[in-house]
Design a protein around this ligand. Structure first.
Ligand code: UDP
Length: 553
């Protein structure tokens, strides 16, 4: 034990000396505060000041070196929500010499990921804003492994879903309030600050009404890899996926029929389905399937995931619990219900998720269009949709309006009033929507989505020209197949050729099945044509263009 202690003391001494001599070092990725993640050696945190501290010495590095642009508006976003002014990160600066006058630093030996959780009370936010981004940020940096330490700086308590955050690494995550237990000055030997936004698909409406992000960069594949990793950590094994076991198609059909079930995700406190029992009966009868009910109030999260991971259909009122559709098997359907006066097209976090390429989920929405089937709660507190605090006229306007107009996040009283209604689901209209929606449900068995592979460039593109008469010329373009094609089974291979007369703004596009073609229509003698060629797999997988050809007739 004394060995260990002295080791610790030597380490401490070395660490302190390194901090004093080398100061803090920072190297970041990203051009803007919104896409930046920074890696630090010896970044410190003063729990007294509640500030991070960068110590300058002759050996310090600060890249990017932004000067005071570091405050315009910040060095980086601490949460995955873009450019939110409550989520900015910055540090204070001090000369390393100031350490002499400061409390003795405590060193954190673990490689640390420092971030803000955005809204740890809400399951949708937990997954979309925190877990997925943290998971893939950790994937990005190899030293953020299973031994990494997470530090949550947003200042909230653990919250109801802390067990989920615990799955990200084997070490207990630290909360901001716990940092003071480590002393007045804490120094992180190695740390990363910020979260990748690469996996997020939804923006919550801070600057424009909520909706899918403009440039979604994640596909179903990455979502499913994440879900699988999380399920493994929760010790959940999905009942063998039908596609993986070797039985005949007939066997599979029989087995599937027997095992098929629908999950109704129920909410027990707000935004209720008032006739759940009736809905369950109708579903069971219509689809001849078992209907299983789950709710966050009744089951543990892992047991809910277990149930959902083998379900054929997930039915739920709009709400955060629908984020669990990321655990559904491929080919399953998500059915989202909306209360009266709420337009499903304007609240699409779960539709967007289900529709990500490669997510392979079928999405259907139903909305209550019958005002007599809604129960409003005007007298509740405002955050649960109450409107009693508003002026009479405003209350009247909200009560008579039949659809919530577009609005920004987060406290629009009309939106809250409508979204927190309870609903008596009209069974005939619900089944109608469901039957109609299921008609277009793609059968996964038929169109087995092979992994999407794009064509390479066509090779050795060439052109040959000849002049026929003073008015007519010919242009022959030929090329070789892309290099990767010979290793692939592709249903349909086509080529696209663009021909543009030099100096013109327009071009003529052609789609061809073969590897050469002679163009004679509209080809003029003694003219220069620019020719682009690319390969297309299965109608919509566009490859890159080969280098442009200059063809003189
Ligand atoms: N929640 C729940 N049962 C309820 C109401 C809410 O489990 O009856 C959960 C919900 O899944 C979410 C959190 O409580 O994780 C906050 O719910 P809220 O209605 O505020 O948010 P929303 O579901 O609209 O995102």
């Amino acid at each position: 034990q004394s060995q260990e202690l002295s080791q610790a003391r030597i380490d401490y001494h070395v660490a302190l000396q390194a901090l004093q001599e080398h100061g803090t070092r920072m190297v970041c990725t990203g051009k803007m505060h919104t896409d930046r993640i920074c890696r630090f050696d010896y970044l410190c945190y003063s729990s007294e000041a509640e500030e991070f501290v960068f110590f300058h010495s002759n050996f310090s590095v600060m890249l990017p070196n932004l000067g005071s642009r570091r405050f315009q508006p910040a060095l980086l976003d601490l949460s995955s929500v873009e450019d939110h002014n409550t989520q900015y990160f910055n540090f204070l600066e001090l000369p390393a010499a100031a350490l002499k006058f400061m409390p003795k630093p405590v060193f954190v030996p673990d490689v640390t990921l420092i971030l803000n959780r955005f809204n740890p009370d809400n399951l949708m936010h937990v997954f979309h804003d925190d877990l997925l981004p943290a998971f893939y940020t950790m994937n990005q940096y190899s030293d953020l492994d299973d031994e990494a330490r997470l530090v949550f700086m947003e200042g909230w308590a653990e919250g109801p879903h802390f067990d989920l955050y615990r799955l990200l690494s084997s070490k207990q995550p630290l909360l901001k309030e716990q940092l003071r237990n480590f002393g007045k000055l804490m120094c992180f030997t190695k740390s990363y600050i910020g979260l990748s936004k690469m996996t997020t698909w939804y923006q919550y409406g801070f600057v424009q009404p909520q909706g899918p992000k403009a440039n979604i960069l994640v596909s179903g594949n990455e979502i499913r890899q994440f879900s699988r990793a999380l399920m493994e950590k929760m010790n959940i094994t999905r009942g063998e996926e039908a596609e993986k076991d070797g039985g005949s198609a007939e066997d599979e059909k029989v087995k599937e029929k027997k095992d098929d079930y629908i999950v109704l995700f129920s909410r027990s406190t707000t935004r209720l389905i008032l006739n759940e029992a009736e809905l369950i009966m109708a579903l069971a009868q219509e689809f001849q399937m078992r209907v299983v009910t789950v709710s966050l109030e009744e089951q543990s999260f892992p047991s809910i995931v277990q149930t959902i991971s083998c379900a054929s259909v997930l039915v739920s009122m709009h709400g955060a619990q629908l984020i669990t559709s990321l655990f559904l098997p491929r080919g399953a359907a998500v059915v989202e219900l909306f209360p009266f006066a709420v337009n499903p097209e304007q609240y699409t976090p779960y539709k967007t998720l289900a529709s990500l390429p490669g997510m392979d989920l079928h999405y259907i929405s139903w909305r209550n269009t019958k005002e007599e089937n809604t129960i409003t709660h005007p007298d509740r507190p405002w955050e649960q949709g109450g409107i009693a605090h508003l002026e009479k006229e405003e209350q009247e306007r909200i009560l008579t309006n039949k659809e919530v107009p577009r609005h920004l996040c987060c406290r629009n009283p009309e939106w809250l009033f409508r979204i927190y209604q309870d609903t008596l689901v009209d069974i005939p209209s619900f089944l109608e929507v469901l039957k109609e929606g299921m008609k277009t449900k793609p059968s996964l068995k038929k169109a087995k989505p092979s992994t999407t592979v794009y064509p390479g460039r066509v090779r050795e593109p060439q052109c040959q020209t000849s002049v026929q008469t003073t008015n007519d010329a010919k242009l022959t373009v030929s090329w070789q197949i892309p290099w990767n094609l010979k290793y692939l089974k592709v249903k349909e291979v086509k080529y696209e050729v663009w021909i543009q007369e030099q100096g013109e703004n327009t071009y003529m596009p052609f789609i061809l099945p073969q590897q050469n073609y002679t163009f004679s229509e509209n080809i003029k003698p003694f003219t220069t044509y620019l020719v682009w060629v690319r390969c297309i797999f299965n109608k919509n997988l566009l490859g890159p263009f080969a280098d442009v050809l200059m063809c003189k007739t």
